[in-house]
Design a protein around this ligand. Structure first.
Ligand code: ACM
Ligand code: ZN
Length: 484
């Protein structure tokens, strides 16, 4: 392949007329049904015009993103390339945590615009967690009023005693959804349950096992108050909430979390234990599987499908067609899930969590991660990749951009390009040339000298991240047994 400065790297590229530069203003689009609808395209750059062939507008859109990059790198001296291109994976996502810290609508649009430029097609929006509830609910106004504001923020060494909060109105959410759709990205909202529900339980303690008041959380961590799996009113609440969510979010998938849900209170709650006995369950994980299944079946009646984090696989009761997002498979359930036909999204925390410092997760480590996991024979059951940015320690947009770029670009190449075409040194050259284009859309990526720190910096950086993010409350929680 001749060198073409595009990220993610196309399948094939050659130069057709070496002595001429391309005209990319005069574009001819050809619909050609020999292409599939995943976004594949061919593009021929000539001295007098550019011809793009694709099955539909998605393919044209991806070709335009390639052109935008070519223009940024080569100016008005773009070689006459011929490019054949197609995605490797169907799911290429970025996840934004707007709970721990929020971003403005304009910032979220920048985040999405940059992702689309690198051919991501999923915006996963984390909207509910222990520290806040960010979806404007008219059905449950108490969530919007009481669950959206925490009294202070105590993340690691940073203590801020001012109340922090807010929510996104339905009009704002629709604006973001439209912005994504214009860029061929679908939007997957996440309402994490049954754990990570302290903010909701703060407004609605009757949905917990104990019915006692629950504080909205000001620290990072895993907390023991979770939704009760025994009470019918919990399901009534969830179905009404998801009715409202589905009215606002039109795309097929809803993420319902499922991670880090300690079963401490389920073990002694009479409602949970009654449900467990009636259903003949032998452990509390099956109760979570039952909850997941009921919600998935309810959402299926509305034509929706669910995605859950991998802890959900601790239960042997699971809904049909569940997609698992694999972030930390401690119990090694993901390989057999995939080998039995289950679909996986690769989001391994060790490689893809972009809130970790570069000293812990250098760009090369993110880039070289293999989305097919050890023990997974059915490689085709990895349906894609997704890189999250959690924001406990990411308080502003500049920091968010620094943490995510260029690691998002590294993930985009794994999600899009053929594995055999990948090469980190070559990627580094291409993405470096694209940094000014990212800056043009207000994304200030980390500088190249920060991407792959030396071993000594890695050691000290990793240690200082952990000492800086752990605080007294987290240690107390840990020793109280509130972790699962
Ligand atoms: C997660 O990081 N708890 C999904
Ligand atoms: Zn209960």
């Amino acid at each position: 392949m001749d060198f073409v400065n595009i990220v993610p790297k196309p399948i094939r590229c050659s130069i057709n007329t070496p002595d001429k530069y391309a005209n990319i203003e005069n574009i001819e689009k050809q619909i050609d049904k020999k292409f599939d609808t995943s976004g594949s395209y061919d593009m021929f750059l000539y001295a007098d015009k550019t011809v793009i062939a694709a099955a539909d507008e998605r393919g044209f859109f991806y070709a335009q993103q390639s052109l935008r990059q070519l223009k940024a790198v080569y100016g008005d001296q773009i070689p006459c390339f011929s490019i054949s291109d197609a995605p490797r994976y169907q799911h290429r996502g970025v996840m934004l945590d707007s709970v721990r810290h929020m971003q403005s609508i304009e910032e979220i649009k920048k985040f999405i615009e940059a992702a689309a430029l690198f051919k991501f097609n999923v915006f996963h929006w984390h909207l509910s967690d222990d520290q806040g509830f960010r979806f404007e609910s008219e059905v449950f106004p108490e969530l919007t009023k009481e669950s959206s504001v925490r009294p202070s923020s105590d993340f690691g060494k940073v203590h801020d005693s001012t109340p922090y909060g807010g929510y996104y109105t339905k009009a704002q959410i629709k604006e973001i959804i439209n912005f994504c759709h214009e860029r061929f990205m679908t939007v997957i909202p996440e309402f994490d349950l049954p754990g990570h529900m302290s903010a909701v339980l703060h407004a609605k303690p009757e949905l917990s096992c104990k019915r006692e008041s629950v504080a909205i959380k000001t620290t990072a961590g895993i907390f023991p108050d979770i939704l009760c799996a025994g009470k019918e009113e919990v399901f009534d609440f969830l179905f009404k909430l998801f009715d409202e969510v589905c009215e606002v979010f039109p795309d097929e998938y809803i993420h319902i979390g499922g991670d880090e849900a300690p079963k401490k209170y389920w073990k002694t709650c009479p409602h949970c234990q009654k449900r467990k006995a009636e259903l003949g369950f032998t452990d509390e994980e099956q109760l979570q599987g039952y909850m997941t299944t009921r919600i998935a079946e309810y959402l299926a009646t509305k034509g929706r499908k669910v995605i859950c984090w991998n802890e959900t696989l601790a239960s042997d009761i699971l809904p049909e067609g569940l997609i698992i997002q694999n972030w930390m498979d401690k119990k090694k359930k993901c390989p057999s899930f995939a080998n039995n036909g289950g679909k996986l999204i690769y989001s391994d925390y060790y490689h893809y969590y972009t809130d970790y410092p570069y000293t812990m997760t250098p760009v090369s480590k993110t880039y070289n991660a293999d989305p097919v996991i050890a023990g997974q024979r059915k490689k085709e059951n990895t349906i894609g990749v997704e890189a999250p940015i959690w924001t406990e320690h990411v308080r502003d947009f500049d920091r968010l951009c620094y943490m995510t770029w260029p690691r998002f670009a590294a993930v985009s190449e794994t999600g899009w390009s053929k594995a055999e075409n990948k090469n980190y040194k070559d990627f580094k050259k291409r993405i470096t040339a694209l940094l000014p284009l990212l800056e043009e859309i207000c994304i200030k990526a980390a500088a190249p000298q920060d991407w792959d720190p030396n071993p000594v910096s890695r050691l000290f950086g990793t240690a200082s991240f952990f000492t800086g993010t752990v605080n007294k409350e987290m240690i107390v929680n840990f020793f109280k047994g509130n972790n699962n």
